[in-house]
Design a protein around this ligand. Structure first.
Ligand code: GDD
Ligand code: MN
Length: 368
């Protein structure tokens, strides 16, 4: 039995495969790890398979799966999960975009109790080298969508990660497209994750196989995970749904506070209604802040990292943005689009709500 299995998905990697295997094995030796290397190849028409078979003769810890059906990166990785002969699985690209020296770090993070360890390009210390602007934009879009499902994960679409086998054994993975990590995060059973930064270096040799179809598949995958989580309450995304629902309930309580204060100050204190409204808005913001801080986001790590004042100011800034968005939409739809103002306002409230939730989740109550 091996300590860990490094899964290398390949398609037409004859120029890289020898280097990556050599590097990974060197890292095993330097760190006294008894590691397996499992190449999962989609029947590459080039020399990839031949080269691996040749290496196999000299290295007993190298294996290869040759797939003949259901071509695809995610499918290949998922098949690697099943055939790995160890309980700790690491996935790494063949094209040397991911630094193998981090494999032992990932391994020990799993040994320390993390279920998933992610190599992140989007945290401090991480980065991307040699990427054309178009790829950067597509990647940022994909990352944004992924973070809707997992706001605490900075790089949920990374191709470089480690996972404990128990996370995925009973997970109904539906692998497709490029983003197998998102599938693992969405369908796997896990509690603790950890990210470590790395610098992604784009391939020197060969070309990336990312296509438009890949992007469409990705959007389908995000929707699929969101729906899956509705009926699987141990999933990480369900916890986000719960927060969004609590945040919505708090928002409704804020409307009650706002209306009540507006009415009271105008009727009983005799203030001009627009002056009452200023107090009403501020009190409803305070109301929402307190409930969100002690209820909606009570378990967020931000409580240990920032002061309540800090979060209060951040919440105000986000709420102010939400107000502008709400009023902007009201104005645009009604004055420009001719929509009935109560309908415009309703749409404005909804969009403002989404803004408030996402921004507060990212800024006010976050672990990063
Ligand atoms: N078995 C198999 N089947 N392997 C494949 C396939 C396939 O259809 N397509 C690609 N691979 C292998 C490649 O041989 C390489 O080892 C790895 O998967 C990544 O493929 P690239 O084509 O180099 O992907 P990329 O550089 O565009 O994308 C990388 O970064 C993304 C994040 O921006 C990958 O790490 C992605 O997983 C990651 O999401
Ligand atoms: Mn690549």
């Amino acid at each position: 039995m091996y300590d860990l299995t490094v899964i290398i998905p390949t398609f037409k990697e004859e120029a890289n495969i020898r280097n990556i295997i050599t590097e990974v094995d060197a890292v095993f030796k330097q760190n006294n790890l008894n590691g397996e290397i499992l190449v999962v190849d989609d029947n590459s028409p080039d020399g990839t398979i031949l080269i691996v078979n040749e290496i196999k003769k000299k290295m007993a810890n190298v294996n290869i799966i040759i797939r003949l059906a259901d071509h695809g990166l995610s499918q290949s990785v998922a098949e690697g999960f099943i055939h790995a002969s160890s309980d700790i699985l690491v996935v790494i690209d063949a094209d040397l975009s991911h630094p193998p020296f981090l494999i032992p770090v990932m391994y020990s993070e799993i040994m320390d109790g993390n279920d998933i360890v992610i190599g992140s390009r989007y945290m401090e210390g991480g980065g991307i080298r040699k990427w054309p602007i178009k790829r950067r934009i597509i990647s940022l879009g994909a990352t944004f969508l992924g973070r809707l499902l997992f706001p605490d994960v900075s790089d949920p679409v990374s191709g470089f990660f480690a996972v404990r086998k128990s996370v995925i054994v009973n997970a109904p993975l539906k692998p497709r497209g490029y983003k197998i990590l998102l599938e693992v995060l969405g369908k796997g059973i896990w509690e603790k994750d950890k990210e470590i930064p790395f610098e992604f270096v784009d391939r020197e040799i060969g070309s990336s196989k990312l296509k438009l179809k890949t992007i469409i598949e990705y959007i389908q995958q995000v929707i699929d995970i969101a729906l899956f989580s509705l009926s699987h309450h141990q999933s990480a995304t369900w916890k986000e749904w719960k927060k969004a629902i609590k945040f919505g309930l708090v928002g409704i309580s804020g409307i009650v506070v706002n209306m009540g204060v507006l009415w009271y100050l105008t009727e009983y204190v005799g203030l001009y209604y627009l002056v009452s409204s200023l107090f009403a808005i501020e009190l409803s913001i305070l109301n929402n802040f307190i409930w969100n801080d002690i209820w909606t986001f009570n378990s967020e790590i931000s409580h240990k990292l920032t002061s309540r004042w800090h979060r209060l100011i951040s919440f105000h800034a986000v709420s102010f943005g939400g107000l502008i968005i709400n009023m902007g939409i009201l104005f645009l739809l009604t004055s420009v689009g001719g929509v009935y103002y109560l309908i415009s306002n309703f749409i404005g409230i909804l969009v403002g709500f989404v803004w408030n939730f996402i921004m507060n989740r990212r800024i006010t109550w976050t672990k990063m």
